[in-house]
Design a protein around this ligand. Structure first.
Ligand code: ADP
Length: 867
């Protein structure tokens, strides 16, 4: 370092503290980057890389720079790419500096702490999180959205993968770790999710935030939040008054849907394009405020388990559906409400401008009307929502009195404060106005005196006010009347002492006006600060109303039904639809389907041709359950459901290329995840399990999985398969039922009916689907011949029978199970049926059925044995 100039030495000292960030080093009107930063930034930002001397002339330092007034956009680009940027400013007046001007980093901008710009989506939170490893398979997790001030903490019990799932659920952009956190874990996280990892050694919660954790008891959680806050304080270096009291949530209080299942079900974005359009969120989002949009997403990520809470939401949705006009009126009112949460954040941060305070004012004007409209609905829960809203009347009065209706963006150029708000300001304005009208009169007066009609009084920044006379008219100007100031090609500009005097008065007044308006504005902004927590409360309540009206609107427009819940683990969905597929198809094209599941139908084994609608049917059940548990109506004629604690899905081939895992491995990992965590109260959807490996392997695994779920877990399960052999399981396992998606053949073509009915599919139709996909005719004909040959092999029929009866013998299994395209009726060993009957008898709850029902049941059982 010895050879460097003092400035570069200063740079290097500061850079040593911000090794993981681009250091934007202020030099006059530019931010400069040096050394490795410069090389990388020039690539990422596509700007020219130059170099500068070190002072020794032997070596040159790579360097690049961006003009400070355009820096915003460059910083955003880097943040979007997951980098951090440290802003280093000159902190003393260069004219008074002795030696190198003093410089300091004034803030560190990171993906989790950015407050504005493209990366901040209106309807999305921008979370930053911290994780502490408590070393006994428990982790502390804290979460903050700096833009809204929301804070959450929780304990995650489980593996590191569960932590990754939680991070994915919250979509946190940046994660803060202790410097001694396992590097391996951090690596695993970075491999799976596009997040930024940062280190913070201090876990002491800064004093100013103690009140936020009043309700928290666990010291370790406070420390996790402490680490996050310490990081925020260290990097942001400014007031964080808007941070809200910490909410301690437990992931087990909500329906758990792991990362893969969320993706598979396309809850908030589509699998392929990662777009909101086409997701469930897209369909549901009829919110009109940004806050409502964010809350909707939070709700969708965490469906409820508590029936009372679900019913409260549903009752409000019902009221909104019944009271159409009030709902529409409310939507109009909500449209006028700006993003109060983020406005509050900006107030705390000190970067709110006058326009935004006017937005705040307009929003506040709506609140009392919104409250009275909700009151009129006469809904208990609605009443509860609005009960404690403080309408912040004094704040509204303060803003109404002080701010002009349409202030400029800049807060330094005046034009913000109303007349009559401040006496001193009014006086300056009078002075300025008087001076201006004197000047306006001057033009008239001089025109008359000189007789020069084209004479005019003008103003420019360099010369101030002047009187302009065209060259042609100069002859008419009395000698010595004005002082010559400037000569143009066809005119002369003059001044008079009096004009200059007035000018000085006006300019002075204007300067004072700007300064005073600025001071008044800062004062006002400071005063607004004390309302931050009230505004945040209003925001929460308004967003809840917004989401509920959105549910009602969607439910009404799409003819949804109010779900009922039962404790008997029964599913009864009549005429159910997949909400999104229904929406994208033309009206009337969607074929609705029932789902009936109970103790005799715990597992439905779905067969049917490809493209028939198997996975749509499976997803439909999961989405209906999720919709019901977030308190929304559901796409069906009538629905009665259990409350599911978890939903697991293994649907579609989602190759996890990023982590280098094969489709089959992903399939197995997801299956393991499901069967190791599911309970009797969970919902499992498994689509074509075993497809990714050889037929026998796959089929064996599929059967073993079904048996395991049936015997060991008892979750409600939909299992779709193209292994027709598996349909024989219905006879072996009492709670497995075959259903299939029907298709018919018409003139050699398959027509999918999309109707799910009991029983197994009678054909595979694979070749027909290939035909539909327009594979070459020659190839299709050849496939048909091969199929016919295979089906005629004597070993073929033996195989499908062996599968069930001798399941633990190594048998040769075939891909197909039909002879000449017709289903071969399964041999039903009578012992199977007997076993099932015995199991049904065992399950009978004699104390809770009537004698008549008992006789009926007996009759049914007898019938089964007689078949
Ligand atoms: P599979 O899983 O059996 O291969 P999918 O569930 O992927 O089939 O469905 C294939 C396509 O069929 C879907 O993209 C959708 O367009 C259509 N489809 C599925 N179910 C229905 C239905 N119930 N009504 C109308 N069209 C449907």
């Amino acid at each position: 370092m010895a050879e460097h100039t003092p400035m570069i030495k200063q740079y290097l000292t500061i850079k040593a503290e911000y090794k993981d960030a681009f250091l934007f080093f202020r030099l006059g009107d530019f931010y400069e980057l040096f050394f490795e930063d410069a090389k990388l930034a020039s690539q990422e930002l596509e700007i020219t890389l130059t170099s500068r001397g070190t002072g020794t002339d032997t070596e040159r330092i790579p360097m690049c720079g961006v003009p400070y007034h355009a820096a915003e956009q460059y910083i955003q680009t880097l943040i979007e790419k997951g980098y951090k940027v440290a802003i280093c400013e000159q902190v003393e007046d260069p004219r008074q500096a002795k030696g190198v001007v003093k410089r300091e980093v004034v803030k560190l901008i990171t993906p989790g702490t950015v407050m504005e710009g493209k990366t901040i989506q209106e309807k999305e939170n921008n979370f930053i999180a911290s994780v502490t490893d408590f070393l006994d398979e428990t982790y502390g997790f804290a979460l903050t959205d700096l833009t809204t001030g929301e804070n959450f903490v929780t304990i995650i019990q489980g593996s590191w993968q569960d932590v990754i799932n939680e991070i994915a659920t919250t979509r946190a952009k940046e994660i803060i770790f202790s410097p001694d956190h396992s590097e391996e874990n951090i690596k695993a996280l970075l491999q799976q999710l596009a997040v930024t990892a940062s280190l913070e050694p201090n876990e002491e919660l800064p004093e100013t935030f103690h009140s936020l954790v009043d309700k928290l008891e666990q010291k370790k959680l406070i420390a996790t939040f402490g680490r996050l806050c310490s990081y925020l304080v260290r990097t942001q270096k400014r007031s964080l008054d808007h941070l809200q009291p910490v909410v301690d949530y437990s992931p087990t209080d909500f329906m758990r849907i792991d990362l893969h299942s969320k993706r598979n079900l396309e809850l908030v974005e589509t699998i392929r394009e990662k777009k909101k359009k086409g997701s469930l969120l897209w369909l549901l989002d009829k919110t009109v405020t940004a806050m409502g949009g964010r809350l909707l997403k939070q709700w969708l990520e965490r469906p409820l388990l508590n029936k009372k809470q679900i019913d409260q939401r549903l009752s409000m949705v019902e009221t909104f559906i019944e009271q159409y006009f009030q709902r529409e009126e409310l939507r109009e009112l909500l449209k006028e409400v700006y993003d109060l949460e983020r406005l509050a954040g900006k107030v705390a941060y000190g970067n709110v401008n006058a326009r935004e305070l006017v937005q705040l004012k307009r929003s506040l004007q709506q609140i009392p009307i919104i409250i009275s409209t909700v009151k009129e609905l006469n809904n208990c829960y609605g009443g509860e929502i609005i009960k404690d809203i403080d309408t912040c009347d004094e704040l509204l009065i303060m803003l109404s009195k002080s701010l002009k209706e349409d202030p400029p963006l800049s807060i330094k150029d005046g034009g913000i404060i109303q007349d009559g708000y401040n006496e001193q300001l009014d006086q300056y304005r009078d002075a300025s106005r008087n001076g201006k009208s004197w000047i306006a009169r001057l033009e008239q007066q001089e025109k008359q005196i000189t007789g020069i009609k084209s004479l005019k009084v003008g103003y420019n920044k360099v010369f101030g006010y002047y009187i302009e006379v065209t060259k042609a008219n100069l002859v008419h100007l009395p000698e010595g009347r004005y002082e010559r100031k400037q000569t143009l090609s066809n005119a002369e500009r003059f001044i008079t002492p009096e004009l200059k005097e007035k000018e000085a008065l006006i300019l002075e007044a204007e300067e004072r006006i700007e300064q005073l308006e600025y001071d008044l504005f800062l004062q006002l902004r400071e005063n607004v600060k004390q309302y931050i927590s009230k505004l945040q409360y209003v925001a929460k309540k308004i967003s809840e109303i917004d989401v509920l009206q959105s549910f009602a609107k969607v439910s009404e427009e799409n003819r949804y039904a109010k779900p009922q819940f039962n404790d008997e683990r029964h599913i009864s969905i009549l005429e159910g639809r997949h909400p999104v597929v229904e929406k994208v198809l033309n009206s009337g094209e969607y074929v609705s389907n029932d789902v009936i599941m109970n103790e005799e139908r715990e597992i439905l084994l779905i067969t049917g041709p490809n493209m028939a609608g198997k996975s749509t049917y499976m997803r439909q059940l999961a989405l209906i359950s999720i919709l019901a548990q977030i308190g929304c109506y559901v796409p069906a004629d009538s629905v009665n459901l259990p409350i599911f604690d978890q939903v697991f899905t293994r649907i579609g081939a989602a190759d996890d290329l990023a982590s280098g895992q094969s489709t089959f491995m992903v399939e197995m990992l997801e299956t393991k995840n499901a069967i190791s965590k599911a309970t009797k109260n969970s919902l499992i959807l498994l689509d074509e399990i075993g497809r990714g490996t050889s037929t026998y392997d796959g089929m064996a695994l599929a059967q073993a999985i079904i048996e395991y779920i049936h015997d060991e877990i008892g979750s409600k399960t939909l299992f779709s398969t193209h292994y027709h052999e598996l349909t024989a399981l219905e006879h072996d396992l009492s709670a497995v039922k075959n259903v299939h998606v029907s298709a018919v053949e018409e003139e050699g073509k398959v027509v999918f009916l999309h109707k799910v009915i009991d029983g197994q599919a009678d054909k595979s139709y694979g070749i027909y689907v290939a035909q539909l996909a327009e594979l070459p005719d020659k190839l299709i004909i050849r496939a048909k011949t091969i199929l016919a040959t295979l089906e005629n092999q004597p070993s073929y029929q033996k195989v499908s029978e062996n599968l069930i009866i001798e399941s633990d013998k190594p048998v040769q299994l075939s891909l197909f199970n039909e002879g000449e395209g017709k289903t071969k009726k399964q041999v039903k060993p009578s012992s199977d049926e007997e076993k099932k009957v015995i199991s049904s008898i065992k399950k009978l709850d004699l104390l809770n059925i009537t004698p008549l029902e008992a006789i009926q049941k007996l009759n049914d059982l007898q019938k089964k044995l007689k078949v």
